[in-house]
Design a protein around this ligand. Sequence first.
Ligand code: IP8
Length: 259
Amino acid sequence: MILVKLGGSVLTDKARLRTPRRTTIVRLGKELAGASESLVVVHGAGSYGHILARRHRLHERFLGKDQLLAGARVQRDVKALDMLVLDALLKAGLAPVSLPPSALLTMDDGRVADFASKPFLDYVVMGLTPVTFGDVVRDRTRGLAICSGDVLMLELARAFHPTRAIFVADVDGLYTADPKRVRTARRLESVAAEDLDAIDFTPASTADVTGSIEGKVRRMIEIAAHAGETLIVNGNVKNRLRDAVRGRPVAGTHVVGRR
Ligand code: IP8
């Protein structure tokens, strides 16, 4: 099994509310269809999730009834993005099935308390391609919480030990500093826990509600302990994802798990 996370910054324009990158979504769907094994797809929320989640502080503690309306709105919006991903996969000849975290996962104070992984396996065995996404979920302490696609990647990697876990980003991999800010930033061929201290993780102005880049990389390192190979590739470059899901060598960053 191959686990793929399509990052929200590739699928959407993150600065403009609910703005999809339709051509990219369709292309990535086609590239996924060439996978050498069964697939489970996770996607981020991009501007369908982060903008309103931040505005209504859904990533903080429960602040009152107003948040319920905002939570329902964001749940609806991430499903709208999910539909675009499903359409792209259908167009590419895959048989996707959407599994929303709002129904399958419960948190407790922002940590996963309960996750139903069985439906994913059942559908994979049938030959379908499960698709899940960053979502607003139930939280036993807070009422509602944000569950990022990265958290789902970790839960799925723990449950299924995929051959490959692939993170599709809008840059070529992990750099020594933010390549959009620092011209001299250098791409790392591989990254392990002991390399993190040497990386400049200065936050971008619009940090995600689901955490910093450093937090995301730390989670990838955790995921790598459960996957044969874990890599970050650029989804904006044609055929990088296609090659990665076929197991071909591809420019990117290999993430090394703790041994
Ligand atoms: O884009 C975020 O998921 P991510 C989910 O995978 C929401 O971090 C609703 C903002």
